[in-house]
Design a protein around this ligand. Structure first.
Ligand code: NAD
Length: 478
C-alpha cells in the first residue's frame, strides 16, 4: 500500500521549503495507467511560482557554484542515499504512473537513476575544471540557473540526468516535471531536502506545460534550459529562449534503426531488437523501432520477431507475470491506435494490430504489441515517432541501402548494428548519423554521452560530458 504522503502532494518546493502555489491551490490528478484510477495529485503552479523559484535559484547560485566540486559530490552522494532509501516506493509509483512492469521499473526507472547519480559523483573528478593553455588559464564555470523540463516516460531518470549534471557543475535548478508522471520528482525533492542542500539550489514547480514552460523558457534570469520531450515543444522552447539568447539543450524524439547485416546472429539480434523496441511499451525515445534486414532473410526475421513479441505478456504492471504494461495515458493510447489503424490500411500487418485483444484490466491504457513487415522506409509508420509498441521491419538489398534507410529519418538519436564481423559492424555503425549506436548488443554505458543529431536535438547528458554541458568556459590571460 502506497503512503498517501508520497502520492498526494499539495506543495511546491521553493527556496528550501514546501509551499502552496501563490495563486491558490489547484490540484492535478495523477492517473494510474493500469486501470485509469486516481493514483495521487500534485499542485498546479503558476507564473508567480516560477518567478519565486528562479529568484531563489539566482540568489543561491553564487555560493553553490563557488563550493569545491568535491563538496558538491558529497551532496550528490547524500541525494543518492535518499533515493536508494525510497527505491521501493519510487518503483511502485512509477510502475503505475507510467505503466512499466514493476520489476523492470525497479531496475530501470529507479536503479538507473541511482547508478547515474553515482556516475556524476565519479565524473566530477574527470572534468578538467581548470587548465593552462599558453599564457591563458582556461576555467570551466557553472552556467548559472538551469531550467530542467522533463517528460513522463522515464521521469526520474530524465530528471536525474539534468539535476545531477547541473548540481555537479555548480548550477542551481528549477525543475518542472510532466503532469502525467510527476510524483518521482517530488520524492527526489524529499531526498534533496533530506540531503541538506542550501535553500534555493534545487526548486520544484509542477504545473501546466505551456504556462510554466513558457515562463521558464522566456525568463531572462534563466541561463540554460535543459529540455527532454517532443520535437514540437523543443522547437517552441528554443524559439522563446532565443529572445534572451538563453542557452538550450534539447533531447527530443527518435525513430532509431537496428540493422541486421547478412552475417548477424539472427536469433540474438531479433530478440534483443524486439525487446528494445517494446521496452516501456515503446515509450522510449531511443527505441529501435525500425528493424532493417536483408531482404532474403526477412521471412525468417518475421517469425523470430513474432516469437519474441509473443513472450511479452500484456497486463497490469504490478502483476508478476506481466512483461508489457499499458501506455502512460489515454491520449497516448488514442494516438498510438490511430497510427496503427492508419498503417493497417496500407502495410503488411504480421502481428497484433488495433483489433488484437488481450486479457487486461478495465480502464487501463493497453495497446497490443504490433509488427508490420515489408515496410517502405518512406511510409508514415517508418518515419513518424509512434511512441507505442510498434515495430516495423524494413527489407534492404545492399549494406549501402541499409545505411541510407537508417539515415533517412528526421531523427538521429540511437541505433544498432549486428554482424559476425565486429570490425565491419563498427564501420557500419560509424556511418549512422545518430548520437548512440550499439554494436552486437554492446552494454549500456552510463558514463557515455547521450543525445541526438538532427531533430532528436542537441546537447549531451550523463557522465563528465553531461556535467560540462552545464558549464561556461573562461580564458584568463596573464
Ligand atoms: P512533451 O514535449 O509534450 O512534454 C515534455 C515536457 O515539456 C513536459 O514537462 C511538458 O509539461 C512540458 N511542456 C509542454 N509544453 C511546453 C512549453 N510550451 N514550454 C515548455 N515546456 C512545455 O513530451 P512528452 O509527451 O512528455 O514526452 C514524449 C516525447 O519526449 C517523445 O517525443 C519522446 O521521444 C521524447 N523523449 C525524448 C528523450 C530523449 O532523451 N531524447 C527522452 C524521453 C522522451
Amino acid at each position: 500500500m502506497l503512503d498517501n504522503r508520497l502520492t498526494h502532494r499539495s506543495s511546491l518546493y521553493i527556496n528550501g521549503r514546501w509551499c502552496a502555489p501563490e495563486n491558490g491551490l489547484v490540484l492535478t490528478d495523477v492517473i494510474n495507467a493500469a486501470d485509469g484510477s486516481v493514483l495521487g495529485h500534485v499542485p498546479s503552479g503558476g507564473v508567480s511560482d516560477i518567478e519565486a523559484a528562479v529568484q531563489a535559484a539566482r540568489a543561491a547560485f553564487e555560493s553553490w557554484s563557488n563550493l569545491p566540486p568535491s563538496v558538491r559530490a558529497d551532496y550528490l552522494m547524500k541525494i543518492q542515499d535518499g533515493v536508494v532509501g525510497r527505491a521501493v516506493a519510487l518503483a511502485e509509483i512509477i510502475a503505475q504512473e507510467v505503466g512499466m512492469p514493476l520489476k523492470m521499473a525497479s531496475a530501470i526507472q529507479v536503479g538507473l537513476p541511482v547508478t547515474n547519480l553515482g556516475g556524476f559523483v565519479r565524473a566530477i573528478d574527470e572534468v578538467e575544471w581548470e587548465y593552462e593553455l599558453g599564457n591563458s588559464s582556461i576555467c570551466r564555470e557553472a552556467a548559472g540557473v538551469v531550467a530542467a523540463i522533463t517528460p513522463w516516460n522515464y521521469p526520474l531518470h530524465q530528471l536525474v540526468g539534468k539535476v545531477g549534471g547541473a548540481l555537479a557543475a555548480g548550477c542551481t535548478v528549477v525543475a518542472k516535471p510532466a503532469d502525467i508522471a510527476p510524483l518521482s520528482a517530488f520524492i527526489l525533492a524529499d531526498a534533496i531536502e533530506e540531503a541538506g542542500l542550501p535553500a534555493g539550489v534545487f526548486n520544484l514547480v509542477s504545473g501546466p506545460g505551456r504556462v510554466i514552460g513558457d515562463a521558464l523558457s522566456g525568463h531572462a534570469d534563466v541561463d540554460l534550459i535543459s529540455f527532454t520531450g517532443s520535437t514540437a515543444v523543443g522547437s517552441r522552447i528554443a524559439k522563446t529562449a532565443a529572445n534572451n539568447i538563453t542557452r538550450v539543450a534539447l533531447e527530443l524524439g527518435g525513430k532509431s534503426a537496428s540493422i541486421l547485416l547478412d552475417d548477424a546472429d539472427l536469433e540474438k539480434a531479433v530478440k534483443t531488437s524486439v525487446n528494445n523496441c517494446f521496452l516501456n511499451s515503446g515509450q522510449t525515445c531511443s527505441a529501435w523501432t525500425r528493424l532493417v534486414v536483408p531482404r532474403s532473410r526477412q521471412e525468417v526475421v518475421i517469425e523470430l520477431a513474432i516469437t519474441a513479441a509473443k513472450k511479452l505478456t500484456l497486463g497490469h504492471p504490478m502483476d508478476e507475470g506481466t512483461r508489457l504494461g499499458p501506455l502512460a495515458c489515454a491520449s497516448q493510447m488514442a494516438s498510438v491506435l490511430k497510427m496503427i489503424k492508419a498503417a493497417e490500411g496500407s502495410e503488411r500487418l504480421v502481428y497484433g494490430g488495433s483489433a488484437a485483444v488481450a486479457e487486461v484490466p478495465e480502464g487501463g491504457f493497453y495497446v497490443h504489441p504490433t509488427i508490420f513487415a515489408d515496410v517502405d522506409n518512406k511510409s508514415p509508420i517508418a518515419q513518424d515517432e509512434v511512441f507505442g509498441p510498434v515495430l516495423v521491419i524494413i527489407p534492404y538489398d545492399s549494406v549501402d541501402e541499409a545505411v541510407a534507410i537508417a539515415n533517412d529519418s528526421a531523427y538521429g538519436l540511437a541505433g544498432a548494428v549486428w554482424g559476425a564481423d565486429q570490425e565491419r559492424a563498427v564501420a557500419v555503425a560509424k556511418r549512422i548519423r545518430t548520437g548512440q549506436v550499439d554494436v552486437n548488443g554492446g552494454r549500456f554505458n552510463p558514463a557515455a554521452p547521450f543525445g541526438g543529431y538532427k531533430k532528436s536535438g542537441y546537447g549531451r547528458e550523463f557522465g563528465a560530458l553531461g556535467i560540462e554541458e552545464f558549464t561556461e568556459l573562461k580564458a584568463i590571460q596573464q
